[in-house]
Design a protein. Structure first.
Length: 420
């Protein structure tokens, strides 16, 4: 039988939800709500699944920091030997502050500034994943000013349909990421002429929440064709970066296991000497985390019942942004009738909902766990309605680490001032 919850280390003891060996009720009592709670064991086992599947191959797993950039989470992966995929200078600073190695950092993103390039060159990152011809020229310039050679991979757009949400598909011709496949050869030739660049590899990333390995295998096949054409021109690549994107179970999805997802990709590169690189985000953290929130009010209505909770769209934007589904479970089972509820926050927007039409047996003051919230949860949060952001806690066996304090209200306007 499959695990009842998408979070592997979540289980109920006498009707009370526990993450690893810690009762969620105790976390709420100690740290308050709303609070993001992550399981160290779940983070570790998600990373280990990649490590095991890549065992015996020259490969680097670069955790995509934008999925969850808390220093505590980053430090767990750094200790496991992970590399990191960043999309800003801010994320690079976080990785270094968390003990990550710059030499294992790849830098993605379509809009790298000169300052970010300087910062990354000075830190000595492993590779710039370059997304346009213009970026190539700028990077050559900036590297020249610093007297360095910038290692690069060109992010190519293999134009395959990842069959995912249109906002999170990135490998189609029509979107802003990467360079068109047909232009790649010419841009590599140009890169080979630029004195301050060193061609290291090729990169692609076709989208997120992928549930089918076939589009990725198709992309890999296309990338391999390009690698061979480059080799024929004397441009030998050292690494091939296949991006992230593996999906997770939020509700009734059945994503492939990491090993199943990677097998067809590894088959494409069987016997090749290039190092393989992956950039998983969601699949490493999504189901290792949940958002703990308390019911402030129950508000019965003629058409709908509302459970008004202390978390809101500023804490977890995915439902409002993508109409995303997150499972919601009561933290303590109780003997009251089940009702169907809209789970909503206190923000002044009709779009402020966390879940629609859920059957729950709950009373005012009860705690709810919003599951699968470890990825693109806290990192997409805001201070809308002048709400301080949630605390973050990592559960570690029977212990807990407060890895981010609840944001104090004064800090939200500390850098503002009224007119004199
Ligand atoms: C967002 C992103 C990732 C991570 O995607 P997931 O779907 O979270 O695995 C990896 N690489 C790049 C370039 C990205 O933009």
């Amino acid at each position: 039988m499959s695990h009842p919850y998408p979070t592997p280390t979540l289980h109920a003891v006498d009707g009370a939800l526990m993450l690893e060996d810690v009762a969620l009720q105790d976390i709420a009592a100690r740290y308050g709500t709303p609070t993001y709670v992550y399981s160290r064991a779940a983070l570790t086992s998600a990373f280990d699944a990649y490590r095991r599947a890549l065992n015996g191959r020259r490969a680097l797993v670069c955790y995509a920091v934008k999925a969850n950039s808390n220093l505590g989470v980053l430090s767990v992966f750094a200790r496991l030997g992970a590399g990191f995929d960043i999309v800003s200078g801010g994320e690079l600073a976080r990785v270094i502050a968390a003990g990550g190695e710059a030499a294992k950092v790849v830098f993605s993103g379509v809009g790298k500034t000169r300052a970010e390039m300087r910062q990354a060159l000075a830190a000595g990152i492993r590779c710039f994943n370059v997304e346009s011809a213009a970026e190539l020229e700028r990077l050559n310039d900036v590297a020249g000013e610093l007297g360095r050679r910038a290692p690069i991979a060109l992010r190519v757009n293999p134009d395959v349909d990842p069959k995912t949400h249109p906002y999170i598909s990135t490998g189609l011709k029509s979107n802003k990421f990467g360079v068109a496949f047909d232009d790649a050869l010419a841009i590599y030739r140009r890169a080979a002429q630029l004195p301050n660049l060193r061609i290291s590899g090729v990169a692609c990333h076709i989208g997120s929440q992928l549930l089918d390995p076939a589009p990725m295998a198709e992309a890999a096949q296309k990338v391999l064709g390009l690698v061979d054409r480059l080799a024929a021109e004397g441009i030998a690549l050292e690494h091939i970066d296949l991006g992230g994107g593996l999906g997770i179970r939020y509700s009734d999805e059945t994503p492939p296991a990491v090993a199943e997802y990677l097998a067809p990709l590894l088959a494409v590169f069987d016997g090749r000497r290039e190092e393989l690189c992956f950039e998983p985000g969601r699949s490493l953290v999504g189901n290792a985390g949940l958002l703990l929130t308390r019911i402030e009010y129950l508000k019965p209505g003629e058409e709908k019942n509302f459970a008004i909770v202390d978390a809101a769209m500023n804490d977890l934007a995915r439902p409002a942004l993508y109409d995303a589904y997150h499972e919601v479970v009561a933290v303590q089972a109780r003997e009251v009738p089940e009702r169907r509820y809209e789970i909503v926050g206190p923000i002044c927007e009709s779009g402020d909902f966390l879940a629609h039409d859920r059957s729950l047996a709950v009373a005012e003051g009860d705690l709810l766990a919003i599951l699968s919230a470890g990825a693109y949860g806290m990192t997409m949060s805001s201070n809308y309605n002048t709400r301080g952001r949630a605390a973050e806690v990592i559960v570690d066996g029977a212990g807990t680490h407060l890895v981010r304090e609840r944001e104090p209200i004064e800090s939200l306007y500390a850098s503002e001032k009224p007119l004199a």
